[in-house]
Write a protein that binds this ligand. Structure first.
Ligand code: ADP
Length: 262
C-alpha cells in the first residue's frame, strides 16, 4: 500500500508539473501561431519557399498546441458531465471513424449486443477511451490486421467480485478491443498505463493515451485488464458499471451519482 501511495503522489506531482509547463507553453505557442498566420496573409505574393517556411511554423505550432491540449486534459483529471450514455450509439460512431480514417489494410469487426445497458457517465470521455484503444490497435499493426470490438451486458456476481478487488456485484458492460498486432512483452505491459510512457517514435506517441483511458475508466467506477502475446496481438477488456436500461434513472436521481467513483 505504501508504494501505491508514493506512486499516487508521484503521479500527482507529475500532473501538476505537466499542467504548469503546458500552460506556459500555450502562452508561448499562441503568438507564434498567429504571427505565422498573419505573415502568410500579409504576404500573399511571397515566393513559394518563404510561404512554405511560414506554413512549417504554423503546422508545428499547431502540433505543439494539440499536444499541450492533451497534456492539460490529462492533468486536469476527469470530472466530466454525467448523463445516461447509450453505448450502442457510441460503438456505431467508433465504427464509422475507423472505417473512414484507418488504412484499408485494417479490418474491423464489431460484435455489439443489440440492447446494451446504459452507462452513467461522460459520453465524450467514453468516446475518447474507445478511440485511444483503437488507435493503439491500429499503431500496433503497421502492415495491417484485424481489430475486433465486442461489448456485452455482464452481471458480476459475488464469486467474481471476491476474486477481483476492483469489481462489485451488479450490472456491467464488458468491452473488448482486440488486435492482431505486434503485442507486448510483460515489462512493457507493466508500464503502459504510466503517463508519458511510450515506445513510439518522437512525434508519434505522447504516452498519454492509456493513462487517460485508465483515468476515464476509473472515474466511471470501472476497471481494465490486458492480455498480450508478442507477435500475436493484444486484448484490452474494459468493464464499466452499467444500469439496466429499464431502470434508467431520472435526472434527479443522477445527482446521486455525482462525485461517485473517485
Ligand atoms: P502512445 O500511444 O502515445 O504511445 P499510450 O499510453 O496509448 O501512448 O500507449 C503506451 C504504450 O503502450 C505504447 O507506446 C505501446 O508501446 C503500448 N501499447 C498500447 N496499446 C498497444 C497495443 N494494442 N499493442 C501493442 N502495444 C500497445
Amino acid at each position: 500500500l505504501e508504494t501505491q501511495v508514493l506512486r499516487a503522489q508521484r503521479l500527482e506531482s507529475i500532473g501538476t508539473l505537466a499542467s504548469g509547463i503546458a500552460h506556459d507553453l500555450n502562452n508561448i505557442l499562441t503568438p507564434i501561431l498567429t504571427t505565422a498566420q498573419l505573415l502568410q496573409m500579409k504576404m500573399p505574393d511571397a515566393d513559394e519557399r518563404n510561404q512554405q517556411m511560414l506554413k512549417t511554423i504554423e503546422n508545428n505550432s499547431k502540433r505543439g498546441a494539440a499536444l499541450v491540449k492533451q497534456v492539460l486534459q490529462f492533468a486536469r483529471g476527469i470530472d466530466g458531465q454525467r448523463t445516461v450514455v447509450q453505448m450502442n450509439h457510441l460503438f456505431s460512431e467508433i465504427q464509422q471513424i475507423v472505417q473512414e480514417t484507418f488504412p484499408k489494410s485494417i479490418e474491423l469487426t464489431e460484435h455489439i449486443q443489440p440492447e446494451l445497458w446504459a452507462v452513467i457517465g461522460d459520453a465524450t470521455h467514453l468516446h475518447q477511451l474507445l478511440i485511444n484503444l483503437v488507435v493503439n490497435a491500429r499503431d500496433a499493426m503497421p502492415k495491417g490486421g484485424h481489430i475486433g470490438i465486442s461489448a456485452e451486458n455482464l452481471l458480476i456476481d459475488e464469486d467474481y467480485a471476491r476474486m477481483n478487488l476492483d469489481a462489485h456485484v451488479g450490472p456491467y458492460i464488458a468491452i473488448t478491443v482486440a488486435d492482431t498486432g505486434m503485442g507486448m512483452r510483460s515489462e512493457i505491459i507493466d508500464r503502459i498505463f504510466e503517463p508519458f510512457f511510450t515506445t513510439k517514435e518522437i512525434g508519434k506517441g505522447t504516452g498519454l493515451g492509456l493513462s487517460t483511458a485508465k483515468g476515464i475508466i476509473q472515474s466511471h467506477g470501472g476497471f481494465v485488464t490486458v492480455t498480450s502475446q508478442v507477435g500475436k496481438g493484444t486484448e484490452f477488456k474494459v468493464y464499466l458499471p452499467a444500469v439496466e436500461v429499464a431502470k434508467t434513472p431520472l435526472v434527479e436521481d443522477l445527482e446521486l451519482f455525482k462525485g461517485n467513483g473517485e
